[in-house]
Structures are given as C-alpha cells and as structure tokens.
Design a protein around this ligand. Structure first.
Ligand SMILES: Nc1ncnc2c1ncn2[C@@H]1O[C@H](COP(=O)(O)OP(=O)(O)OP(=O)(O)O)[C@@H](O)[C@H]1O
Length: 241
C-alpha cells in the first residue's frame, strides 16, 4: 500500500438485520488531506465514518488504518489515534479545563494550566476561558473546544460529522479556518461529512460521493465538479442536502 494512504477500504460491507447499509466500499483517504463525504440523507455516510473508529465493525471486507488491518487495533487505542468530533460538541459538566483534560484523565494523567492554555490558543480561544463553566460557551466556542480536546491525544486522523451544521455563518467560517489551520500545522488526515456542498467543494482536497449505501465516485474536487456521473451531478447540483 502507498505510504500516503491513511485509511483504505477494501470491498467493505455493513449489514444489519439482513439489510445492507454499505455495499462494496472501495477507496482510500490520503494522509494529511481533507476528504469530504457527501450524499443524500440515508446514503450511509455516518455508518461509514463509525467503521473507521470501530464504533461499528464491517461485516465484510477489510479496512486498513495506517497500513494495518483495523481488527489488529485495541479499540480504545484506535480511538485515540482516530478522533471523532460530532455536531453536538458534547461537554462534560465542569470548566473548559475539565473538558480539555478529560482525554488525559481517562488515562490517569493530568494537564497543566500551561498546556491547557496552549491548546486553547491552538484553536483561537482566549486563555481567559480556562476556568469558565463550559455551559457558558457559545455553540461555536464549544465546537472549538471539542476540536482542541480531540487534539489532546495527538491523533493522526480526525473524523468530523457535520461539525458546522448547528452553527451560524460567522462561527461556521471560524471553524472552517480552524480546520485548515489544524490540517496544516498538525498534518492530520481529516474525513468530513457535510450536507453543505459548497463547503465541501471549497474546503476539501478530495470528495467521496455516496448514494444508497454505495460510493458513487471518489476524486479530487475538480474532477468531482466536472464529473459526468449523473448521481454525482445530482448530488453536487443540490448545493445543500
Ligand atoms: N441500527 C440500524 N438499524 C437499521 N438501519 C439502520 C441502523 N443504523 C442506520 N441504519 C440505516 O442505514 C442507512 C444509512 O444511515 P446513515 O446514518 O449512515 O446515513 P447518512 O448518510 O449518514 O444519513 P444522514 O445524512 O441523514 O445523517 C439509513 O437508511 C438508516 O436508516
């Protein structure tokens, strides 16, 4: 396998209650690049994402992460390497610092205030937020904090599930800029589900287009924009799905 491949799907299927949610999925996610997954509701995007951190297990085929079959990872270890950030930006009760420190606390470690401030700066949050109750943060600030928390385990892959869908225009723009900065400075592979087609085309290096549990096309943004495939054309013609 090429060394720039972060994740590879080989004939992957996911079946539940005799229903095939994902069929014959093949493709790669390239190291250090941002790939968006787009497609209509129910296409199987979230299911595919959860296979990459073993929240679900493929029922057929093979997934390689960093060149190793996913089944060879301890799930907890894998989830440190492959961080999931979701739309809800779920916080635990307590301060901003409590939330940032959580990934370390789970490993019986601590975080100094200095380290915590560094993480806040990394995501463009004021260091004065350190002892603020996380409940008081705005939606955009919570999402920045959840990105900072995802960075604490120094992941090589970040899975983003509709992380800007609940945000207003300004916060959405701030998160987009932040994701570009994280990709650049931390060289992480990002796999992003979004219903905002313009955002996917604007932000991504590569795009996977899904429909009815299948991957219709995986390609660069430019190739996707010029695709002759009617399913691809209908998905990107929607602009917001
Ligand atoms: N546990 C389950 N049991 C049965 N069907 C399921 C289960 N989980 C998901 N599905 C079905 O699998 C299909 C794909 O769901 P999935 O959430 O992956 O799609 P999606 O593309 O992420 O959709 P959305 O954009 O609405 O989030 C849907 O038809 C859904 O109803």
């Amino acid at each position: 396998m090429e060394s720039d491949v972060a994740v590879q799907f080989k004939n992957v299927e996911y079946e539940i209650n005799n229903s095939k949610i994902l069929k014959e999925i093949n493709g790669v996610f390239i190291q250090g690049k941002l790939t968006s997954i787009i497609g209509p509701s129910g296409a199987g995007k979230s299911t595919l994402l959860t296979l990459i951190n073993l929240l679900k297990s493929a029922t057929k085929g093979e997934i390689l992460v960093g060149g190793k079959t996913i089944d060879s990872y301890d799930p907890m270890e894998l989830r440190r390497k492959v961080q999931l950030v979701s739309q809800e930006a779920t916080m635990i009760k307590g301060t901003v610092k409590d939330n940032l420190e959580l990934p370390l606390i789970l490993q019986n470690k601590n975080m100094t205030d200095e380290e915590a401030e560094h993480y806040l700066e990394d995501v463009d949050l004021s260091t004065s937020f350190l002892n603020k109750n996380s409940k008081e943060l705005s939606g955009g600030e919570k999402q920045k904090l959840s990105l900072a928390r995802a960075l604490v385990n120094k992941p090589s892959i970040i899975l983003l599930d509709e992380v800007t869908s609940a945000l207003d225009r300004n916060s959405k723009q701030a998160i987009e800029l932040l994701l570009q900065k994280i990709k650049r400075e931390h060289n992480v592979t990002m796999i992003w589900i979004t219903h905002d087609i313009n955002q996917a085309l604007r932000m991504s290096d590569y795009v996977w287009v899904m429909k009815n549990g299948e991957v219709v096309e995986t390609n660069t943004v430019e190739e996707i924009e010029n695709s002759k495939n009617t399913d691809v054309k209908s998905v990107i013609g929607e602009k917001s799905i």
